[in-house]
Design a protein around this ligand. Structure first.
Ligand SMILES: Cc1cc2nc3c(=O)[nH]c(=O)nc-3n(C[C@H](O)[C@H](O)[C@H](O)COP(=O)(O)OP(=O)(O)OC[C@H]3O[C@@H](n4cnc5c(N)ncnc54)[C@H](O)[C@@H]3O)c2cc1C
Length: 272
């Protein structure tokens, strides 16, 4: 029997978190295969507030305790997120694994986090002292380094729905099923009145943190497709400099080449 606390409300969970050295435990699919860490567990599956999904002012609020399966089956989950979730592991893992755990694990291989970066999502972090909202890009400080205080829990992902409709998602693993990403890519591009109104691309699993460079993507915004085509080489060159893969099982050169090919294909799909 694993030692731990079993709160039945968020208030109770936060009180326990503030008074004890506890490890938040959602689905346990990462924790159970990781190194043993000192401290007892704070089991979150009995906290109903972490399961809420609702839409407000164009933003979808996803409870951190929602499992991948629950979100795959939810009518409000946008297609891009569903596509990424459907390719995570196998049903048994998707039934237990949560988006809060995916983010809380602090890995750039996290497939739901990739989508949240592409959408410029924010996280709601709560403690007994209150709540704060932090953009996901500011939450990841490095490999396994998160801007999470010892008394805080991730309680929600705030996913802006605008711009999510027109996308490309690619996950490259070692095999078709049950594969952790070796390279993952999500790209959004929206054209309004003949002009690119929004562009965002993200690369996962190749460096310590998911790559999202709004400064580079802004090169395309406000341009017609023809103008963007003229800028394509400069845009690809900027990403070629920005993508610096860490050493992994597959060579850094190979992964960088694949990333640039994915980016090239993404642009071509939109006629750029
Ligand atoms: C066989 C297998 C295949 C997998 N395939 C994939 C895959 O294809 N893609 C992918 O992205 N992942 C994959 N994973 C990894 C894992 O399933 C996911 O990262 C999952 O989202 C973890 O969620 P969890 O609820 O199980 O997290 P847990 O194991 O419970 O927790 C993970 C970490 O997050 C922290 N945490 C959890 N909830 C919170 C919270 N609310 N607030 C603060 N911290 C929190 C925990 O303390 C822990 O450090 C795989 C794992 C296995 C075992």
């Amino acid at each position: 029997m694993v030692n731990g606390f079993h709160p039945t409300s968020l208030q109770e969970a936060l009180a326990i978190r503030s008074q004890n050295n506890v490890i938040p435990y959602a689905g346990g699919t990462d924790l159970m295969i990781g190194e043993h860490r000192p401290g007892s567990y704070l089991f979150l599956h009995g906290v109903p507030e972490l399961k809420r999904v609702y839409q407000e002012d164009g933003v979808l609020h996803l409870g951190a305790g929602c499992t991948f399966t629950e979100l795959l089956e939810h009518p409000l989950t946008p297609p891009l997120l569903k596509e990424a979730l459907a390719q995570i592991a196998a049903p048994a893992i998707r039934n237990e694994g949560t988006i809060g755990g995916n983010i809380g694990n602090g890995s750039a291989k996290a497939d739901s986090a990739l989508v949240f970066f592409a959408a410029d999502a924010s996280l709601k972090l709560e403690s007994v002292s209150g709540a704060r909202i932090l953009p996901i890009r500011d939450f990841y400080l490095g490999r396994k380094k998160l801007a999470l205080q010892a008394d805080e829990l991730i309680t929600e992902v705030l996913l802006p729905l605008r711009w999510l409709e027109s996308y490309v998602y690619q996950k490259i693993g070692a095999r078709n099923a049950l594969a952790i990403s070796r390279i993952s890519f999500a790209g959004l591009l929206a054209v309004e009145n003949g002009v690119i109104a929004h562009a965002a691309v993200t690369f996962g699993a190749i460096s310590d943190v998911v790559i999202r460079r709004a400064d580079i993507d802004s090169m395309l915004v406000g341009r017609t497709i023809a103008e963007a085509r003229a800028l394509k080489e400069a845009y690809l060159a900027a990403y070629s400099e920005a993508i610096v893969p860490t050493r992994g099982r597959v060579s850094a050169e190979y992964r960088k080449t694949v990333c640039l090919n994915l980016l090239h294909d993404f642009l071509e799909q939109f006629g750029v």
